[in-house]
Design a protein around this ligand. Structure first.
Ligand code: KG4
Ligand code: ZN
Length: 342
């Protein structure tokens, strides 16, 4: 089945074309245009994001469709939320026109289900038939992005129970805000994690301060990062950065604190639900420290981690097309018992 995916929920305009069945996928194209206009604001500006999507979506579509070899499309998978409403509408309007033109239906997709299923793809190569990883019976999905921090219990495809959520800032947003305090460019995640890695490889850490681990012992699965962010703000007010070493240490201490909370809550959710796997997804899944810590605790606690390939940690239409396929509303062999068996 050939599916064309469309993603415009935030600041990435994405279109992908895939040839997919229950066990494998061939990526025919996957184009993402990331808007850079927001860099000067240090965050995404919704009205500007909408304008940029409108400017770019036709060209992104043309490029993706052309690269795919202009195949006959069987269905359109479209992100319908969550996301910035003005941005989402650009994708919706575009999809409606395209669906009329091609005479195919639209499969509405939840953006987070895209991130959630993205780690089923074990490798990334265009025009190659790739077998999916086996869908676990019970898994915990750790979704870490600029808009979300969620722990989701997966009891089969489409059967999701949200265990925990952020009560304020998402983890990616916290990375972005702390980056701004440190005069680092937007998006801040990659910049902070680079400095933190440098600090680790040089054995640099704080000697006389420590940042809090918010809600570590709250007894539930929720997260909060605004207290951590505020404590960094106060720390920087009282201890202005004097050199690169200071910056590296703050970046490391922040990353250590934020990731420790996420890892500990994830392990607890795995043990409590008897899950065998953690499926990682979202932009922050690109973070090396998070990946290493997750692998370390997986070994200790005997579970398996599915990491998403780097090309689809951030927002993209490929994961939307995949989620669209597995979540079609017409009769689907995998939906008989509500479980995805690969
Ligand atoms: O999933 P995504 O592309 O967009 C949303 O749906 O929000 O996630 C973007 C977020 C940004 O906050 C960015 O700073 C963060 O992912 N990010 C990282 C890294 N790469 C991207 N955060 C930490 N470490 C990274 N290496
Ligand atoms: Zn996302």
């Amino acid at each position: 089945m050939i599916i064309l995916g469309i993603e415009t929920s935030c600041d990435d305009t994405g279109i992908a074309v895939i040839d997919i069945n229950n066990t494998s996928i061939t990526i025919l194209s996957n184009i993402v245009h990331t808007q850079t206009i927001h860099n000067m604001y240090g965050g995404v500006f919704p009205a500007k994001a909408k304008e940029e999507h409108k400017k770019k979506i036709n060209a992104v579509y043309e490029e993706a469709y052309e690269q795919a070899g202009r195949p006959k499309i069987d269905a359109i998978a479209l992100t319908v939320g969550p996301g910035l409403e003005p941005s989402l509408w650009v994708g919706i309007t575009f999809a409606e026109e395209l669906s009329k033109k091609l005479g195919v239906k639209i499969i509405p997709v939840n953006h987070m289900e895209g991130h959630l299923l993205s780690s089923l793809l074990p490798e990334y190569e265009l025009n190659k038939k790739i077998n999916f990883r086996e869908m676990p019976e019970h898994a915990i999905s750790l979704l870490v992005s600029g808009g979300h921090t969620q722990l989701v219990f997966i009891d089969g495809i489409g059967k999701y129970k949200i265990f925990g959520n952020t009560l304020d800032d998402a983890i990616g947003e916290a990375f972005d805000k702390v980056a701004r305090m440190l005069d680092l460019p937007y998006p801040g995640g990659p910049a902070i994690s680079k400095l933190a890695e440098e600090a680790r490889s040089n054995n640099l850490r704080a000697k006389d301060f420590a940042f809090p681990r918010p809600m570590l012992h709250s007894g539930d699965y929720d997260f909060s990062f605004s207290g951590l962010k505020t404590s960094i703000l106060y720390h920087l007010r009282d201890n202005p950065i004097k050199n690169k070493e200071d910056k590296m240490i703050v970046a490391r201490e922040f990353e250590d604190a934020a990731i420790e909370v996420i890892i500990k809550k994830t392990v607890r959710a795995v043990l409590e639900t008897g899950s065998t796997h953690v499926m990682l997804g979202g932009g922050v899944a690109a973070n090396k420290h998070l990946q290493n810590e997750l692998d370390r605790v997986a070994k200790e606690n005997n579970f398996t981690v599915y990491h998403p390939v780097r090309q689809i940690t951030g927002d993209n239409a490929l994961m939307i097309a995949i989620a669209g396929y597995f979540h079609q509303d017409f009769e689907h062999p995998l939906k008989a018992n509500g479980k995805l068996k690969l």
